[in-house]
Write a protein that binds this ligand. Sequence first.
Ligand SMILES: [Zn+2]
Length: 283
Amino acid sequence: MRNLKPADENTIVFYDGVVDSKQVKEDDPQYLVRIASYRPGVVTAYGHYNAHFAGNTFANAVSAGHANPTKADLLGLYRYKAKPFQVLKAQLTTDEKNRLISTCQNCTINSVNTFDHVLPKEEFPEYAINPRNLFPSCGECNGYKSAVWRQNGARLFLNLFVDALPDEQYLFPDVTILGDEVKVSFTIENRNGIDPFLFELISSHFRRLHLLKRFSDNCGDIITEQINSILESKATLEKEQIRNITIGKANRDRQKFGFNYWKALVDIALISSDEFYEYAVLQ
Ligand SMILES: [Zn+2]
């Protein structure tokens, strides 16, 4: 899980680009005329959005309260597969080395195949295509998010454009071997003095996206790869050397993919377990 660099603050340029790409609808000849009439309101709303973005005050966001046909018209501007959105996705998911970050950062499990509307588009249709409101995501995370995004004045999900993730460990894997089965379970705990509000937000994000169970269910390939790595290395390297290389590589991954990157933490937990090493060399 890592932060992504947001779109440029000149968000109305993106909005105008999407509007310009729209064709006249034969069954609704007035569509583009109505869309043009919304622009001043959208410019005002985008100003509010940028202010929330700058101060990370999204928990206080107030919907413009659009009803149909305005709401349906604004929602109709969003189409994930349309070119402006694919260009935006590529821009948001390309890292400083020009490599694609193809994994959903909300979960770091599945591939990106949609945009998560940070402020839900049903409640905030005015931000349906605001590029700073569109976070590259997987469909599974997007499905878990639903329309409930704040409770008691606090947000329930991380916004990885603006919520800076801590360089402290909060995710803790635990390896158990029962018979022939290796299991990894996870907890999140504030053992390292993370700001309590940020930790609560992280906890809520993990809980509502079912991340601990999803991580646990997805550990099979990591276990297999590490067993293969141990089996391949043990003829030429000592256990301690294998352990140091594995942990060193995992820590490099954490620098790149996030301090609490679950796959790297699983690698460290597995190789740190004597029981797992004995299990692996017998495969
Ligand atoms: Zn996801």
